[in-house]
Write a protein that binds this ligand. Structure first.
Ligand SMILES: *[C@@H]1O[C@H](CO)[C@@H](O)[C@H](O)[C@H]1NC(C)=O
Ligand SMILES: *[C@@H]1O[C@H](CO)[C@@H](O)[C@H](O)[C@H]1NC(C)=O
Ligand SMILES: *[C@@H]1O[C@H](CO)[C@@H](O)[C@H](O)[C@H]1NC(C)=O
Length: 645
């Protein structure tokens, strides 16, 4: 693959790019209100965990762990808070390590997981000396805290991932001060099993950045997602590769070889690449979407946001991988690492035990093979072979996904993609491609550390940043004020109610107007006859006129028409970028003006004006045109006026 990668270096283009978001909402927009939780003494609220019932949001912050009541949709309030900060002397020691007291040495909580039915487990960077703690979820008090190497990073800026399964904790993190020693391990092992970690006689990982983890409960395996330097391409410097690694949940290590080390560790490349283009090789985030009820676990989907090492500007892609294909990669062939040449070669002969669980009693020779054959020959390819969506212009850094049933009874997937610049893109995956329904600004300052978590039961997405926690309702259908806008939005969560004649959520059982695939307004919104009256605009002769017209969506194009002209002559009319039409009121220009929006082949009148002359002489007017009646002169005034406003 690599030589062709290099050949393709010159061929980067942006085919199949996402269209722009249909509608945009800036931070604190009244149309798309968000709920922000922040307190003056609470910072870096970036580690998020939802209770099973979706009514409590636990937050790992700087020097604190919070429990937030999110049971109401319009307010978030603090239920309890546990302070958890290093002592002054511990901060001094941190400074002696060359770290900044304010930036690096507080305790940034980086793991927050339920450990059993009554307690939460937390791990924090704690003045560059990771500590962990147990929180009684009921009383929300800390019952115990201790130093804990290898469960979360020393640096608050390094990424890590952790997942608990039946009271056992699986972590992927760096384990040293410099942040160069990665480790995937199991802690608090049950049933008398030892804690297990990676074999360190060989480098199994190279500068990995861990982004996410997932449990395959039916196969009793865990998957870790990350990107790292791909050493199999020894002729390319620092080529990064996106990966998925597996370990078996119940692995106990070998008897003499690989004692207390994974016998099931293996890794596979994840490929996200458009046809004849460079791959998107840097993994940013992965979201696990469980299959619909009654479907086999192998249908589990992993939605992954990627960027590229080679991009000159912001660019990203979303690929989706199926559990079935991940499993297949680990049961097919492997490569073997040659300890003498430091090269990878295809594994010779059939070694059916590679990548399998239950090698506890495997022979030393088998485990010796396991030790050096941990890279699969095949990459995991995405569903549909290429990316679901490619964005030239946006750097997607976090992803969440939900499945929803639309008015036609079909299931649709909605993605939430957080951009580095602070916008949340809500994307529906249609047969014809991805469509960005809306973008919502959720923060303005760049955030080095941030996370999102989706609450499908509450219909809310939470964004945790250094400034606070923001709740974003997954939809606000009332922003679409007409049947046509409701249909053109193509939001599977919104439909036009024929009875109440509003755009609303789909929870009612009535038959709603919605056409996700075609957005066919004419057919769907027949009953909608727009009876709009022209807005009267009274002006004096030679007065400057500016008629407003607001684009109903970013995808619409506006045109102005008037029955007096076949085309509005450029020398009389100015069309502005904001859609407004400006001209000077003269005998030639009094009359009717209509502004129409065209979107997806559907034409809709947005505004219409009747511009008429006011007969009576003007009273006081600050307009510089007043008193002038020489048209040429007035034209000059008009241009001056136009460029001033
Ligand atoms: C949960 O874990 C905590 C901390 O180890 C322990 O004190 C508590 O007894 C456990 N609770 C249950 C129900 O096992
Ligand atoms: C491995 O051997 C031990 C003792 O010989 C036995 O108890 C255990 O069940 C064996 N494990 C497997 C996976 O076969
Ligand atoms: C913590 O928050 C501050 C802003 O309050 C930010 O500058 C800093 O980067 C954050 N640190 C981490 C580790 O998130």
């Amino acid at each position: 693959m690599a030589p062709s990668v290099l050949l393709l270096l010159g061929l980067l283009s942006s085919t199949g790019s996402l269209p722009p978001p249909r509608t945009s909402f800036l931070l604190n927009s009244a149309d798309r209100p968000l709920v922000l939780f922040s307190l003056p003494d609470v910072h870096n609220t970036t580690t998020l965990l939802l209770s099973d019932d979706g009514s409590t949001l636990y937050v790992g912050a700087r020097d604190a762990i919070l429990s937030l009541d999110v049971s109401q949709s319009d307010i978030i309030h603090l239920k309890k808070k546990v302070e958890w900060s290093p002592s002054e002397s511990e901060i001094n020691e941190c400074q002696l390590k060359g770290k900044n007291a304010e930036v690096d040495c507080p305790n940034f909580v980086r793991v927050l997981q339920p450990i059993n039915s009554t307690h939460l487990y937390a791990c924090g960077s704690y003045a560059y000396t990771p500590h962990d703690a147990y929180i009684d979820a009921e009383s929300f008090s800390m019952v115990q805290q201790d130093e804990a190497k290898g469960r979360c990073p020393f640096s608050p800026f390094q990424r890590n991932t952790a997942i608990t399964v039946d009271g056992e904790l699986f972590t992927a993190t760096t384990t040293d001060l410099r942040g160069t020693k990665p480790q995937i391990s199991r802690h608090f092992s049950k049933d008398g099993r030892p804690d297990v970690s990676q074999d360190s006689s060989l480098s199994l990982l190279h500068e990995p950045v861990f982004v996410s983890s997932s449990l395959d409960s039916s196969d009793r395996k865990l998957y870790f997602f990350f990107s790292e330097v791909g050493k199999e391409f020894s002729f390319v410097d620092e080529l990064r590769i996106a990966r998925v690694a597996q370990v078996c949940k119940d692995d106990v290590g070998g008897r003499s070889t690989l004692q207390k080390k994974w016998t099931s560790f293996a890794k596979a490349p994840l490929l996200c690449q458009s046809h004849r283009q460079l791959p998107f090789n840097v993994l940013q985030d992965v979201f696990t979407l469980q299959p619909p009820e009654g479907t086999d676990a192998s249908e589990t989907l992993f939605y992954a946001a990627f960027t590229s090492q080679w991009s000159s500007g912001p660019e990203s892609a979303v690929c989706v991988f199926k559990l079935q294909d991940v499993r297949a990669a680990f049961t097919e062939s492997y490569r073997t690492f040659n300890l003498l040449t430091h090269q990878w070669s295809p594994q010779l002969g059939k070694h059916s035990y590679l990548g399998k669980c239950g090698l506890d009693n495997a022979s030393d020779s088998e485990l010796a093979e396991v030790k050096r054959s941990f890279l699969t020959s095949n990459s995991v390819k995405p569903v549909g072979v290429g990316p679901l969506a490619v964005s030239s212009g946006q750097q997607y850094s976090r992803v969440a996904a939900m499945r929803t049933q639309a008015a036609d009874g079909k299931q649709y997937t909605v993605l939430f993609l957080l951009t580095e610049s602070g916008f949340l893109h809500k994307v529906v995956l249609l047969n014809r491609g991805a469509h960005i329904i809306e973008e919502i600004q959720v923060f303005t300052q760049p955030q080095l550390v941030k996370n999102i978590i989706l609450s499908p039961s509450k219909g809310v997405l939470y964004v945790g940043t250094s400034e606070g926690v923001t709740a974003v309702p997954v939809a606000r259908c009332s922003i679409y004020r007409s049947c046509s806008q409701c249909v053109l939005a193509r939001d599977p969560l919104c439909g036009w109610s024929r009875t109440s004649r509003v755009c609303t959520g789909l929870d009612s059982h009535e038959n709603m107007v919605q056409d996700l695939e075609d957005g066919n307004v004419e057919e769907e919104c027949l009953i909608q006859t727009r009876v709009s009256l022209d807005t009267e605009v009274g002006v004096h002769l030679n007065e400057a006129v500016r008629l407003q017209c607001q684009k109903p969506s970013n995808l619409a194009t506006l045109t102005w028409t008037s029955p007096r002209f076949r085309n509005l002559p450029e020398k009389l009319f100015i069309l502005s970028a904001d859609g407004s039409l400006s001209f000077l009121a003269t005998a030639d220009t009094f009359g009717i003006y209509r502004c129409e929006a065209v979107e997806g082949g559907y034409k809709e009148e947005v505004a219409s004006y009747a511009v008429r002359q006011i007969a009576s002489p003007r009273s006081m007017s600050p307009n510089p045109i007043a008193g002038e009646n020489h048209v040429a002169n007035n034209m000059l005034w008009f241009w001056l006026w136009y460029f001033m406003f």
